[in-house]
Design a protein around this ligand. Structure first.
Ligand code: NAG
Ligand code: NAG
Ligand code: NAG
Ligand code: NAG
Ligand code: NAG
Ligand code: NAG
Ligand code: NAG
Ligand code: NAG
Length: 612
């Protein structure tokens, strides 16, 4: 008995077959979640509200894809750098024909014809627009309008859905159903007025920093970060990109964050004069916009573009603006509101034949607001980009070990598992092992910035490349430290860090200072892009998925990263973790030393190990 459709025919034609057919046809719960704190169920969703449903079919060979990803990203492996093509990746993740057929039949039984579906190129995702009334019937569920108390934002969601039993193994995820995450930019909460900025001590022109370019950094940088400061501090002064014909860097923008060209020009004129006339490409996804009315300029978008692109001029650069996030208005039957702009961006980028080699994202949300099944699936998409040679850089979050409450003193960090326990709350997508999570430092000499998001995933297990770094750190903790508050066997974040406060930017024509791991992510992405430039100019592949490379450096070539050993990341009523010698869940392996990293990236780790 393959489908309910067939089962129903049998039910009427053969009474004897009915009981077993009906059983075959029975729905079983696929997923149930507890709604994240702060969301209130307001009323049933309007029956004619349209949902853009994404159905993820199981990827037949993800284990092989992951093995390929790790081999081509492991600097000690003979396949290092031999990235896969889009076609090779698609072939590995293509679902079984049986899954495709069964899901198609099921959709057809609900009157959804194949012409109404759109499919990803690997056929592992199906997208359809359907009214709430039909989805409720298909998934034996009820959608409601949910409102987020603090922001007033509304979503049409459910907390549980079912599938015919025979489909359970042929469908991984269906969303939007149980997905309540609100991906947030990481910059906006750390805006400081000029008067709050520390007074820069200019009694000495330079601050000695042995790892910096020429061993010193302009004293003005201690409280006012510019691209010049970052190049001095991270030992990148004078590097001129050579591979502008091949290299490409990008930043993603969501939530109506517009990157302003006039602000970009003001920034470059003031701080990167050689780039004064430069601009950037904008790609509009899913109705995304990029208003050039100065009063619409976005702090996050301006910060990301000014630093990612200002530091890498003249490397070609793209800003992706993805729509799909305007607040859903419960009574306005907005036909296409997915509240899931990240899925729209992923769908777009997976189809690009040659995506930018380095992509920076400064958005995320508490891991527990993303259902585990969906987090795993999104993470698997990110692995595919890594296998194709893309370095994905994410900010690690701005709340230390805690939740989204910016005041560590009032953070309660309740779990969402129905038990109402207090637990450290890591941030997704930073916790996905296939991306590089970036924490924040501040001041000179550098120390951990207390907001730096760090900790351990509750969804993703510790990957092999953390098998030296993380146990080494955990061994240093006093026995019983934070027992029950974090998952010691989880993927730990961040991987690296960079400066994350007092960044001078231009927004709406005005100079302001801004911070957050949002600033650290584009800074790190810029350094990675310059390393890719050096590799491409030397006929090598781009670095691609970075983590095995980063952890090999941390272990064998530690002078290529500046170890941060001072500071901690409080949250949930605790002092959080401490920065220590070596890797720690506050600053990872530390901040970049560009020229040393370039030596490693151009040589090989075996050679470096012999040198150090
Ligand atoms: C330090 O930076 C400030 C601000 O950019 C600049 O005016 C000054 O000339 C720099 N000092 C030195 C010694 O380079
Ligand atoms: C940099 O500023 C911080 C904060 O004001 C201060 O603690 C530190 O001593 C300063 N560094 C130097 C080298 O003056
Ligand atoms: C920018 O363009 C102006 C006007 O064409 C030109 O005078 C100036 O030299 C250019 N600046 C740079 C850095 O290319
Ligand atoms: C720019 O935005 C402001 C504030 O929303 C608005 O008053 C103004 O009319 C807009 N200007 C243009 C040219 O659209
Ligand atoms: C969780 O516990 C806290 C403190 O005991 C309490 O204030 C809160 O109402 C509880 N929340 C739920 C959903 O039970
Ligand atoms: C801890 O992480 C492991 C590995 O990802 C996972 O299986 C387990 O459920 C997690 N434990 C908790 C309490 O979240
Ligand atoms: C952090 O360091 C302080 C000072 O040495 C120490 O008292 C505290 O126990 C450490 N915290 C953790 C979580 O290791
Ligand atoms: C890496 O360096 C080692 C030591 O210098 C050398 O023996 C080896 O051939 C190098 N490998 C590659 C792939 O260049």
């Amino acid at each position: 008995m393959r489908t309910c459709f067939l089962a129903l025919i049998l039910t009427v034609t053969s009474v004897a077959a009915a009981p077993s057919s009906v059983r075959e046809c029975q729905h079983k719960v696929k997923e149930t979640i507890n709604p994240p704190r702060g969301w209130t169920k307001v009323k049933p969703a309007p029956a004619d509200h349209t949902i853009e449903l994404r159905i993820g079919l199981p990827q037949s060979n993800f284990a092989l894809l992951e093995q390929d990803l790790y081999q081509v990203s492991d600097p000690f492996h003979e396949r290092y750098g031999a990235h896969l093509s889009k076609e090779e990746v698609d072939a590995l993740i293509a679902p079984q024909a049986e899954s495709v057929d069964l899901v198609d039949e099921w959709l057809a039984s609900h009157g959804i014809a194949t012409e109404q579906l759109s499919r990803s190129s690997a056929r592992d995702w199906i997208k359809i627009k359907v009214p709430v009334s039909l989805v409720e019937d298909m998934l034996k569920t009820e959608y409601h309008v949910w409102v987020h108390e603090e922001s007033g934002e509304a979503m049409v969601r459910t907390t549980s859905y079912s599938l015919p039993e025979y489909l359970l193994d042929h469908v991984d995820v269906i969303q939007p159903t149980t997905m309540f995450a609100r991906f947030k930019g990481q910059a906006t909460s750390y805006w400081f007025a000029e008067g709050e900025r520390p007074v820069v001590d200019l009694s000495q022109p330079y601050i000695p920093i042995p790892s910096a370019y020429n061993g010193e950094v302009n004293a003005s940088c201690n409280g006012s970060i510019t691209p010049t400061c970052l190049k001095e501090l991270y030992n990148a002064v004078g590097y001129v990109p050579q591979a502008a014909d091949k290299n490409h860097i990008a930043c993603t923008g969501y939530l109506d964050q517009y990157a302003d060209f006039e602000d970009f020009k003001l920034f470059n004129e003031a701080l990167v004069p050689e780039a004064a006339n430069s601009t950037f490409e904008v790609i509009y996804i899913n109705g995304g916009e990029n208003s050039q009315n100065l009063s619409d300029a976005g702090i996050e978008a301006d910060l990301d573009t000014q630093y990612a692109f200002g530091l890498t001029y003249p490397t070609p650069r793209t800003f992706y603006t993805t729509g799909g996030s305007p607040p859903y208005i419960p009574d306005d039957h907005t036909p296409e509101n997915s509240n899931e702009p990240y899925a729209n961006w992923l769908e777009y980028i997976m189809n690009v034949e040659n995506p930018p080699q380095t992509i920076s994202t400064s958005y995320g949300d508490d891991e527990q607001t993303v259902p585990e099944s969906y987090a795993k699936r999104v993470c698997a998409e990110l692995a595919q980009l890594g296998a194709r040679g893309v370095s994905l850089i994410f900010s690690s979050g701005d709340y230390g070990v805690g939740d989204g409450d910016p005041n560590p003193a009032t953070q309660q960090c309740y779990t969402n598992n129905g038990l109402n326990e207090t637990r450290f709350i890591p941030e997704f997508p930073a916790t996905c092992p296939y991306v590089t999570a970036v924490g924040a430092t501040w001041y000179l000499p550098e120390r951990a910035y207390y907001i730096s998001g760090g900790g351990f995933s509750n969804y993703f297990a510790r990957p092999w490349w953390q098998n030296y770094a993380v146990p080494t750190y955990l061994d240093k903790l006093a026995p019983g430290t934070y027992a029950g508050l974090y998952n010691a066997s989880g993927r730990a974040i961040p991987d690296v860090s960079a400066q994350g406060q007092w960044f001078k930017i231009f927004v709406g024509g005005e100079e302001i200072y801004i911070g957050g791991t949002s600033a650290a992510a584009p800074t790190t992405a810029a350094m990675v892009s310059l390393l890719n430039d050096a590799r491409l100019a030397n006929g090598l592949s781009p670095l691609g998925y970075l983590n095995p490379f980063i952890y090999a450096i941390g272990q064998y070539a530690p002078k290529a990263l500046n170890d941060i050993t001072v500071g901690n990341n409080p949250g949930c009523g605790t002092e959080g973790f401490n920065a220590t010698v070596g890797w720690d869940p506050v600053t990872g392996y530390g901040t970049p030393n560009f020229y040393n990293l370039k030596d490693v990236a151009l040589g090989n780790l075996t050679a470096i190990r012999e040198l150090l």
